[in-house]
Ligand binder design. Sequence first.
Ligand code: ADP
Ligand code: MG
Length: 263
Amino acid sequence: MATKTGTESIKQIQYLAAALKAPRITQTAQRLADQARDAGWTHEDYLAAVLDREVSARNASGAELRIRAAGFPARKTMEDFDFDTQPAIRAQVGSLASGAFLTEARNIVLLGPPGTGKTHLATGLGVAAARNGHRVLFATATDWITRLTDAHRMGRLPQELAKLRRYALIIVDEVGYLPFEQDAANLFFQLVSSRYEHASLILTSNLPFSGWAGVFGDQAVAAAMIDRIVHHADVLTLKGASYRLRGRGIDSLPSTRTQNQAH
Ligand code: ADP
Ligand code: MG
């Protein structure tokens, strides 16, 4: 039961919490005050508990905002990835999930046939990064090319690349589903160069590196790009049948895929 002074203090806390732009503190301060009295917490314990609730709530809402801003096609997490289908990469992915690759500006390349979980893992690593306080952007290779082409047309490519460098992680999904025009390949090369040793990329592709020359239309551009990407990178090769087709009596997809099967 709040005393008269207690009520005044609560009003004051309400005012001060609003001034600090932490209105949640009003509720936690009140709720935890009773708990503190019952459990005989010290003043320090109580203050730490109130601040701890505020910091956790802020981190959670920050993470949620970063996850929404990242533009993932679906919300997938590392926790709901079943490694029994990809036992060979379990340990490697486990060490990547900590996010140390981001502080070292390392890249991750996920290769493998359709339906093996490349987009899922790229998203899961992105969600983990967002939860750890990093800014993330996800788009398909085609969408990135559109974005870079637009910036280039407006004469703002350097500014756009500088802006993108402020994102710790950029995910480029589906490299290789569509071949790039020469100009597009050059723009993509600039994206890769601009992030090289500054910030991380995750790329997914259904093609092995040997097939990338066909995507970028030029052996030399592809080689220079792959060189920069894999210099500091973990390359994970996913194997096996499509997870989407499990239990449907279909073991494999035709190796030549048309565009409308791409998702
Ligand atoms: P890819 O990008 O390699 O074509 P996706 O990551 O889109 O494949 O996976 C296809 C679908 O199957 C998605 O819904 C994904 O969540 C699911 N999936 C694939 N592999 C796994 C897995 N090992 N555990 C759980 N879900 C998986
Ligand atoms: Mg995919």
